[in-house]
Design a protein around this ligand. Structure first.
Ligand SMILES: Cc1ncc(COP(=O)(O)O)c(C=O)c1O
Length: 725
């Protein structure tokens, strides 16, 4: 038979592999090797053994894993209570989600039998004196819960060609080439040997079934070879009736075998987990009898001490929970565990019941594109930012484009803009046949440097587009002065800056035209959407016309309840850029939440400052005194020289730690296409060029928790530390 065994170099797995080889089977081992490869298991180099190093969570990396496999023995997982209690999310992911996924794959890939190593701990606070496979389970720990849950799902996957088998294992003991000292008997023997006292936790009256690891390996081998009909969709308790012991009795038995050993019952809470298990089903069906006794286990452990006099048994190498704690401090790239158990995204749209109801109402009204919600949203928005006019459009990109058209920009004109911006700002200029002229950015705020604007103004210059990067307003006063002096139009790209103020005036109420974005990740969202605010009603009227194909009326104007029908007039070559009524209905609800969203962002940013300020390799963003930041993004700058790794390498390592990051932005002037089109070089904007490879946006959104921030900070510290060493 060809057997795939997960955890095949583990405490039990090493012996299972040994037994399988002895019987002439071919074995493919899939194991993370997080305790290294056991030196004393020479059979792991047998020609019938193929060893694949990998984690059960990431089996997809090995698409051929199940090829030609008849039986899967799934042993890998977080193997005891303390390891699972460390992080329940990881416990569920490793023990349940991955198990279910492996079983599904096995079934799909033609594997005939899937033996799942569960635990008698699923009986937990045992319901009844003696527990057999028919007894109700009552898992009492995270470990037992994850196993119990997996059992149920794995069994539900059984069908004619695919037989799940559940092996509920006793607590194992004895020697294995991959030793463990966190198993009761091994631990007690080690305590007796090293300190002369066996400490008994949880009162000592609790029952547990025990089994020697080699007997268990033999039992697994029996299940592997058993006829399908003997094991199909069956649960088997694996152990021996006579090896059920009260913990205190076990301690006394071990103590009796090691001279001068005391037994001490620690005064602490009673251990609720007590289960005395019957093993008749497996014993009678397969005539199974254990070969090893408690005595044998103790002698083996004593022998281990004899052979390894300088080894420390209570170390990461032998105690699972210590090793998992240690793995958390090691980057994933070095074989460690991710700092954050779940992926923390850079940004996240926050939509609630209110938005859901609003969308439904808009859909049911039949007014999907134009409609009354647009006007309502425009009015609410204008009043929020203190603007006289607000024109809702399909995106901030279309907002900028419309403003350029309305400002009369023609082919060959020049438009001044910073290179640290989203490509939309530049694309809109290029698409009009105009030329973007890049002005370098301020090294503190990364916004356009007003002192460098004038030298770039020519006769062809028509417009300045400053960008309020991350939500920090530009130096609008200086920029406005220049615009007035040279008779230039000003289109402020405030895609990030909704809620920001400049000298106490809200962004949206200052520039001749201000463009906002409601893209999914912005401070508020309409899924896609944008807004232009301005003070001139005539310009606003023209922008509306341009946004609706150059027509004077929308469908709502023509056919709405209060419409007065008249032929519509085409007054300009327009665009189809108006916001939809469904989007506006979301906007109406989102704008009500803006101040709450922004104050949460503000609070989270304070947490970042508090936790990151002592990291020398990071430069934190600075806010000018006369502005209020909208904190759309939290952009840090990495001192890559001190760190010794590139920003992209750090971002990749953080991704492995389950932390999403972003780059806002890689200088547009660095794209070869733009260099060709606009005749720019990296040297033309040296600050932008340098920061393009140093800036990194950390996650920031209103549902980010303080715990998330702690994970992000820990991950940053971890990857920077490792990068430097
Ligand atoms: C600075 C900047 N300008 C313009 C835009 C375009 O916004 P939209 O996606 O709404 O078109 C973005 C989008 O992220 C942006 O970051």
């Amino acid at each position: 038979m060809h057997v795939l065994i997960t955890g095949g170099v583990g405490y039990l797995g090493s012996w299972v592999t040994y037994e399988l080889l002895k019987k002439g089977h071919k074995v493919r081992i899939y194991d993370r090797l997080c305790f290294g490869k056991p030196e004393k298991a020479e059979w792991l180099s047998h020609p019938n053994v193929e060893l694949i190093e990998g984690d059960i969570r990431y089996w997809q990396k090995y698409p051929d894993l199940f090829n030609s496999i008849d039986v899967v023995i799934h042993l890998a997982g977080l193997a005891n209570d303390p390891s699972c209690a460390l992080c329940p999310i990881t416990a569920k992911e490793v023990n349940t989600a991955s198990t279910v996924e492996l079983a599904r794959q096995s079934s799909q890939k033609g594997v005939k039998k899937f033996i799942f190593a569960s635990t008698c701990a699923v009986y937990g606070k045992g319901v009844g004196d003696w527990l057999d496979e028919e007894s109700p389970t009552n898992p009492w720990s995270m470990f037992a819960q994850t196993k119990n849950e997996s059992e149920k799902i794995v069994l539900s996957l059984g069908h004619n060609q695919f037989s799940p088998v559940i092996a509920r294992l006793s607590t194992l003991f004895g020697y294995s080439p991959r030793m463990r000292f966190d198993l009761a008997l091994n631990l007690m023997t080690a305590m007796a040997k090293t300190q002369g006292t066996i400490e008994v936790h949880g009162g000592g009256q609790q029952w547990r079934p025990f089994l020697h690891v080699r007997d268990c390996a033999r039992a697994i081998c029996i299940l592997t070879e058993a006829e399908q009909s003997m094991v199909h969709n069956e649960i088997f308790n694996i152990g021996a009736n006579e090896l059920n012991k009260r913990i205190l009795d076990l301690a006394n038995e071990v103590a009796s075998l090691i001279p001068d050993t005391k037994v001490e019952i620690l005064k602490e809470d009673e251990d609720w987990r007590t289960f005395r298990v019957l093993f008749n089903k497996f014993a009678s069906r397969f005539s199974f009898q254990p070969e090893y006794k408690i005595y044998d286990g103790v002698q083996e452990i004593l022998n281990w001490f004899h052979q390894n006099p300088s080894e420390e048994p209570f170390s990461e190498k032998y105690i699972n929970v210590f090793r998992f704690k240690q793995l958390k401090t090691i980057p994933v790239s070095e074989g460690g565990e991710p700092t954050a158990p779940r992926f923390i995204p850079l940004a996240k749209p926050i939509l609630g019941k209110e938005e859901e109801t609003a969308i439904l109402q808009a859909i049911r009204s039949g007014w999907l594109t134009s409609g009354d919600k647009i006007n309502a949203f425009e009015r609410m928005f204008a009043s929020t930012v203190g603007a006289k006019e607000a024109v809702a459009v399909s995106s901030c990109t279309s907002a900028i484009h419309l403003c350029l058209v309305e400002a009369g920009v023609k082919a060959g004109d020049e438009v001044i803009t910073p290179p640290i911006t989203w490509v939309s700002t530049i694309n809109t200029i290029l698409n009009m046949g105009a030329k973007p002229v890049f002005v370098d950015v301020d090294p503190i705020t990364f916004n356009i440097n007003p002192e460098l604007i004038e030298e770039k103004i020519t006769k062809k210059t028509k417009v300045i587009i400053p960008v309020d990067l991350a939500g920090h307003p530009c130096e609008l006063e200086a920029i406005q002065n220049i615009a007035e002096r040279y008779n230039l139009h000003l289109i402020e790209d405030s895609a990030h800056a909704l809620g920001a103020t400049y000298h106490s005036k809200p962004i949206g109420s200052i520039s001749e035209r201000t463009c906002f974005s409601f893209y999914a990740t912005k401070n508020i969202t309409t899924i896609e959407g944008g807004m232009i605010t301005l003070s001139d009603p005539e310009k606003a009227r023209m922008l509306r016309i341009l946004a609706t194909n150059g027509l004077t009326d929308t469908a709502w104007d023509r056919y709405g309840r209060s419409a007065f029908y008249r032929p519509q007039e085409l007054v300009s070559a327009g665009f189809k850029y108006a916001m939809s009524n469904v989007s506006a209905s979301i906007g109406v609800e989102q704008i009500k939440k803006l101040s709450t969203f922004n104050s949460v962002r503000q609070r989270l940013v304070q947490r970042y400052y508090y936790s990151l300020s002592d990291i020398d390799e990071i430069i934190l963003p600075k806010t000018k005194e006369h502005v209020q930041h909208a904190w759309h993004l939290f952009i840090i700058r990495l001192d890559t020289k001190k760190i010794g790794k590139s920003r992209d390498e750090i971002a990749f390592m953080l991704r492995q730690e389950n932390i999403g990051t972003g780059i806002h932005f890689y200088g547009v002037h660095l794209h070869p296409y733009i260099q060709q089109q606009c005749n720019v070089s990296p040297e033309s904007c040296p600050v932008a060029t340098q920061i393009s490879n140093e800036i990194l946006s950390l996650p920031l959104h209103p549902e980010l928790t303080e715990e998330n921030i702690q994970y992000i900070v820990d991950a940053l510290k971890k990857v920077i530390y490792y990068a430097k060493h």
